[in-house]
Design a protein around this ligand. Structure first.
Ligand code: NAD
Length: 264
């Protein structure tokens, strides 16, 4: 089991760190002693947040592999290393499958899933170079393990990132690596600007409704509290990070329904 024993002298990159959950994770990592770079497509907001919380700021568009590569090079140039990468930038969930345009479907997949693929491809080699390894954390959602109306594209991107994260973690262990881990964060409701930010998308039609992140009832957590849960999970080596215990029953019922296919 890969754990982060200390965050002192560790460098973390948090994509989508200007707002919401990314900001909360950045604050918790800084509180634990790490140097944090927040990277966001909204450069102005990244600069402002960085100033407020004591982080460094960078521009990145996670849907563009060249931009993610430039981010990595710039972090290595300025900080000399990178130990923790939080692929958190995300958008959605938008609308029902039938009412969603192909343009919107692609937009969600390119940012949410593309962002995780680019982040892992680019940063994994740097983490493996570190003597004491590191961690990748991908921000998915309970939608990764629990389908809900209006989450077709969003849930597809989140389920895929759970699968990629667990696959890469398995492959690292199979290759004898015991210093780099991959974790998946699966929150339910957290206070953030995701709905507002998703309205900035190309071709947004103000007449269409945007669905909530998921259909299961949950408390709305504060981003900083979610950040603290991520730090604790990395200390403990817990790779599947759930933040809302009240969603467990619905997830378990769905998973049991899938498994019951064996009984047919
Ligand atoms: N808020 C929730 O209830 C909730 C629940 C489960 C999962 N999530 C996930 O948490 C993550 C963070 O979302 P949030 O709710 O904090 O939303 P948010 O909109 O407050 O923050 C997301 C940040 O990502 C940035 N971003 C968007 N597209 C980007 C791109 N192409 N490149 C770089 N940065 C980009 C935005 O500018 C923003 O600062 C997302 O992956 C989201 O799916 C959120």
């Amino acid at each position: 089991m890969v754990k982060i024993d200390t965050f002192e002298n560790r460098v973390a990159v948090v994509t989508g760190g200007a707002s919401g959950i990314g900001r909360g994770i950045a604050e918790a990592l800084i509180g634990a002693g790490a140097t944090v770079v927040i990277a966001d497509v909204n450069e102005e907001s990244a600069q402002a947040t960085a100033k407020e919380i004591g982080a460094l700021a960078r521009h990145v568009d996670v849907s563009d592999p060249v931009s993610v590569d430039e981010l990595a090079k710039s972090v290595i140039e300025e900080c000399g290393r990178v130990d923790i990468v939080v692929n958190n930038a995300g958008v959605g969930p938008l609308e029902t499958f039938e009412s969603m345009s192909l343009q919107d479907f692609r937009w969600v997949l390119e940012i949410n899933l593309g962002g995780v693929i680019h982040g892992m491809k680019t940063f994994l080699p740097y983490l493996k170079e570190n003597e004491n390894g590191g961690y990748i954390v991908n921000t998915a959602s309970v939608a990764a393990v629990l389908p809900g109306e209006g989450t077709a594209a969003y849930g597809a991107s989140k389920a895929a990132m759970l699968s990629i994260g667990d696959t890469v973690d398995l492959e690292l262990r199979a290759a004898g690596n015991d210093t780099v881990g991959v974790a998946t964060l699966m929150p339910a409701m957290v206070r953030s600007n995701i709905t507002e930010n998703s309205r900035q998308r190309p071709g947004f039609d103000a007449d269409t409704d945007q669905t909530e992140d998921f259909q299961v009832e949950s408390r709305v957590l504060e981003p900083r509290d979610v950040g603290e849960m991520v730090v604790e999970a990395l200390r403990a080596g817990n790779r599947h990070i759930f933040t809302h215990p009240e969603t467990r029953e619905a997830i378990a019922a769905y998973q049991a329904d899938v498994i019951s296919g064996f009984d047919a």
